[in-house]
Design a protein around this ligand. Sequence first.
Ligand SMILES: Nc1nc2c(c(=O)[nH]1)N[C@H]1C(S)=C(S)[C@@H](COP(=O)(O)O)O[C@H]1N2
Ligand SMILES: [Mo]
Length: 243
Amino acid sequence: MTDFDPALRTALAKRQLLRGGLSLGALTFLTGCDVSDNEAVQRALHAISRWNDRVQAALFNPNRLAPEFDDRLAHYPFRYNAWYPEEKSPKLDVSTYRLALGGKIANKTPWTVEELHDLPQVTQITRHVCVEGWSMIGMWSGTPLRTFLERVGADTSRRYVGFECADGYYESLDMPSALHPQTLMAFQLANRPLPPRHGFPFKIRVATKLGFKNPKWITAIYVTDRNPSGFWPDRGYNWFSGS
Ligand SMILES: Nc1nc2c(c(=O)[nH]1)N[C@H]1C(S)=C(S)[C@@H](COP(=O)(O)O)O[C@H]1N2
Ligand SMILES: [Mo]
């Protein structure tokens, strides 16, 4: 099922242009390297992607909100995605689960599921957009990541927040995106506890970014000045991937 709206398609096409808009000739000219020299081309492309990250970060407006929708438009069940089939997705145990904290955070005491669920929650209906070519509107409830970071004494003057997941996936956000009012630790989907396949006990829902920037089955959160990158950014996708 796809319910891709045209405005979004245009926005994505523009992003594609920005990403892929350099011709091979221009690339040769800019980098001064022979395009058959694969390693040099890879280095140049990575340099362009890093430049792209900086431009996107500079354009990011921390007060601009992603569109929110009427609850009748929210899908449930919700489409599953990960880099492997659903049967292999982690099933975390409520009684043994602990969220680990690291890096520039004052109080690193691990959190149980019960403690997490006691945090204040808000509800948001936004569109999840996967680079693989599908999108779906969903209703997520949870704690703004900003509230949690403040609660544990995170140093929000640092540059990045990193996430580790039970399946070996990892992702990270620039601090302004982590503090954005729509960035949530989502504990619920459509008013139900977050189903195991969607990240129980919680996922990071980032309404301003593409689907792969929304890590599921989080086991650790840390604050750092060194860009932790991400599973897909390390495989060629642009790291910022948002607006
Ligand atoms: N831990 C983990 N998180 C992940 C992924 C993954 O493979 N592992 N895939 C990402 C991608 S590409 C997408 S589109 C969304 C899908 O989330 P959903 O199953 O809730 O729709 O999860 C993201 N978060
Ligand atoms: Mo995705």
